[in-house]
Design a protein around this ligand. Structure first.
Ligand SMILES: [Zn+2]
Length: 291
C-alpha cells in the first residue's frame, strides 16, 4: 500500500516536472518578418471615396489590419500594433470578437490577440527590443501600452501629434504608458534600426506629420517596404489619384508618394500596402515567415 502511494506520488511529481514550459524564441540567424492578423476594417462607400477611388475601382472595400514582427539576430522590432487592445479582444472572445468604430466610415472586428500570436512564436511583449509605428492613427496603435518596456523609435513630429489636445484621429489611452518609455528620437530621413542596413525606417510624411515606412532587406525574399498608410487601395497608386483631402498635409503626402515611387524603382523594392485586402490574403501568416 505504502509503495503504491509512493509510486503514485512519484509519478504525480514526474507529471508536474513534465508540464510544458513556455518555449522562448531564440534569435534567428537571418532577419525574419512575421505577419500577424490584427483584425479587419469594414469601410463604407463614403469611406472608400475618401481615397478618391470608387467602390467599383477597388472591388474589395474591406481593409485588413496587419501587425508585423521583425526578428533580427540582434533583437526584435514590433511594427504597427493593431486597432483594438488585446484586453478588449479577450473580453469579447465569446461574442465572436471585439468591435470598434474607428470613425463613422470604418468599423473594426478583431478576433485574435496580438500577444497570443507573439506567444505562439515564444515571445512576450516584454521580450521585444524596439517598437515603432508607421503613424499614430487608431488602427495602428491599439496595443502600444503592452510595449512600454521596449525602446520606442519615434519621430518627434509624430510624438507631438499623438498628445496634441483635441486630435480626433488618435486614441491616447492606447499609448499612455509610452510617455515615460525609453525612446529614441528619429530625426533623419532614414534610421537603420540594427546598424546593418537590413531594417530601415524611412520618413514619408503627410498622412500624419511623422508618417514613415519600413524597408527590409531579406535574404531570400529580397527588399520589401511596409508602406504604412502611404496608400490604402491599389487603384490610388495605379490610377495616380491625389491623396485624400483629410491627410494631415495633402501636398506633403503627394511629395512623399512621388519620392517613395522613385525610391522603389531605384532600389528594386517591393511595396506592401498594409491595408490592401488582396495582397494581405496571399501573405504567409505567422508562424510562417519571410526571410
Ligand atoms: Zn491605417
Amino acid at each position: 500500500m505504502l509503495h503504491a502511494l509512493v509510486a503514485l506520488m512519484l509519478s504525480a511529481g514526474l507529471l508536474l516536472a513534465q508540464a510544458p514550459t513556455p518555449r522562448k524564441a531564440t534569435p534567428p540567424k537571418t532577419v525574419r518578418l512575421y505577419v500577424f492578423d490584427c483584425g479587419m476594417l469594414t469601410i463604407s462607400t463614403e469611406g472608400v471615396t475618401r481615397y478618391h477611388v470608387t467602390p467599383s475601382e477597388v472591388g474589395e472595400a474591406r481593409m485588413p489590419v496587419p501587425c508585423f514582427l521583425v526578428a533580427h539576430p540582434k533583437g526584435t522590432l514590433m511594427w504597427d500594433v493593431g486597432v483594438i487592445p488585446d484586453a478588449t479582444v479577450e473580453k469579447q472572445a465569446a461574442a465572436g470578437g471585439a468591435r470598434y468604430d474607428v470613425n463613422s466610415t470604418a468599423a473594426a472586428l478583431v478576433k485574435r490577440t496580438l500577444k497570443s500570436q507573439l506567444a505562439e512564436l515564444g515571445y512576450s511583449p516584454a521580450d521585444i527590443t524596439y517598437v515603432a509605428i508607421s503613424h499614430a492613427h487608431k488602427d495602428h496603435t491599439a496595443n502600444l501600452n503592452q510595449f512600454a518596456s521596449s525602446t520606442w523609435l519615434v519621430r518627434p513630429a509624430e510624438r507631438e501629434f499623438m498628445w496634441k489636445p483635441g486630435n480626433e484621429r488618435v486614441e491616447p489611452t492606447f499609448y499612455k504608458e509610452l510617455e515615460r518609455s525609453k525612446s529614441i528620437a528619429v530625426e533623419k530621413d532614414e534610421y537603420d534600426v540594427f546598424g546593418d542596413g537590413t531594417v530601415v525606417m524611412k520618413a514619408a510624411p503627410g498622412h500624419t506629420p511623422g508618417h514613415q515606412v519600413l524597408v527590409l532587406r531579406l535574404a531570400s525574399t529580397g527588399r520589401v517596404m511596409l508602406a504604412g498608410d502611404l496608400y490604402h487601395y491599389p487603384p490610388e497608386r495605379t490610377l495616380r489619384r491625389p491623396p485624400p483631402d483629410n491627410e494631415f498635409n495633402v501636398q506633403q503626402s503627394a511629395a512623399s508618394r512621388a519620392m517613395i515611387e522613385e525610391y522603389l524603382k531605384k532600389t528594386g523594392t517591393a511595396i506592401w500596402i498594409e491595408h490592401e485586402f488582396g495582397a494581405n490574403a496571399k501573405l504567409k501568416k505567422s508562424p510562417a515567415f519571410y526571410e
